[in-house]
Design a protein around this ligand. Structure first.
Ligand SMILES: Cc1cc2nc3c(=O)[nH]c(=O)nc-3n(C[C@H](O)[C@H](O)[C@H](O)COP(=O)(O)OP(=O)(O)OC[C@H]3O[C@@H](n4cnc5c(N)ncnc54)[C@H](O)[C@@H]3O)c2cc1C
Length: 265
């Protein structure tokens, strides 16, 4: 008797990545590299929503992806999630800021990047839906979330009051969140403190005076810290979950943490 194999499910059709080329590399602080890339393929790049995200693809050396041959079955290369920090539509130019966190596909790529290198970009997608009538927001970010925090800050409605808390390695890592909007974040320095990622953010939030009930919160940092912060906000400060937008941007010990971790599980 012959058995027929069930047909493989059709592959999910995703739009091809947009191709751009690096035209600027700037060491913003000792721990952050800003890479700018541009090219005509970025022309349809939609103006990203605040703290939206892109995917950067990293084909292995020597692999041409996507292939010009439509019949070639080249697997989708590994990707990582980043923030399209600034897009200049007049020049089709995108800026991305990379934390130099050590061993990681994207972090290493940014360390080795050279002018003229090819960049493959998916998206943009996601982003923070600004609450109606927003009057007060608390923005909580670690180094990886500072580009997103800067975008949120720039998109706040007129008159909205922002309180900002940022955790960075040390004073050398303090940087302007935005070139246009001035703000005075509370800076927390984790280097030499032997603290878990996000622990200083957690401590600062736990010990703050009761926040005003009308405040909304945008929180993005390491995934476990984000969950602890959510807990403190809901259980200790009585913040309504509907006022929380919390994101795990990376997870200690995990590669390629998913881009949709809101800490709701
Ligand atoms: C919506 C969204 C937007 C993001 N925007 C940015 C951005 O603009 N800039 C940015 O730098 N990151 C950003 N991130 C975080 C970034 O996606 C992760 O840090 C990612 O893991 C980096 O990939 P990698 O290949 O360098 O490291 P991976 O291969 O994913 O991880 C390797 C190791 O490094 C650790 N690691 C990963 N990230 C960090 C970190 N930041 N600090 C310390 N250790 C780390 C991991 O736990 C793992 O052990 C964003 C994430 C999301 C979800």
């Amino acid at each position: 008797m012959t058995t027929t194999q069930p047909a493989a499910p059709p592959r999910k059709q995703r739009p091809p990545p947009k191709e751009a080329f690096i035209d600027g590399i700037e060491h913003v602080t000792p721990g952050v590299i800003r890479i700018s890339c541009s090219g005509p393929a970025l022309a349809p790049f939609a103006q990203p929503k605040p703290a939206g995200h892109i995917k950067l693809f990293f084909p292995p050396d020597g692999v041409v992806w996507p292939s010009e041959d439509p019949t070639a079955d080249i697997p989708r290369p590994p990707s990582r999630t980043y923030t399209p920090r600034r897009f200049d539509a007049a020049r089709n130019r995108l800026e991305i800021e990379f934390v130099r966190h050590g061993a990681g596909l994207a972090s290493n790529w940014a360390e080795r990047a050279r002018i003229g290198d090819r960049v493959l970009i998916g998206g943009p997608g996601g982003g923070y839906a600004m609450p109606e009538g927003l009057r007060k927001i608390v923005i909580v970010a670690d180094e990886s979330a500072m580009p997103g925090a800067g975008m949120v800050l720039e998109a706040l409605p007129q008159g909205c009051e922002a309180q900002i808390i940022c955790e960075v390695a040390n004073a050398a890592e303090e940087r302007a969140l935005s070139p246009h909007v001035s703000c005075e974040p509370l800076w927390l320095h984790y280097k030499n403190k032997n603290a878990l990622p996000g622990a200083l953010l957690e401590e600062a939030i736990r010990s703050m005076p009761p926040p005003p009930a009308e405040a909304h919160w945008w929180v993005a940092c390491e995934a476990a810290a984000m969950r602890r912060i959510r807990d403190i906000l809901i259980k200790h400060h009585g913040v309504a979950p509907a006022r929380l937008h919390t994101r795990g941007y990376w997870k200690f010990g995990d590669t390629n943490h998913p881009d949709h971790d809101y800490g709701l599980d």
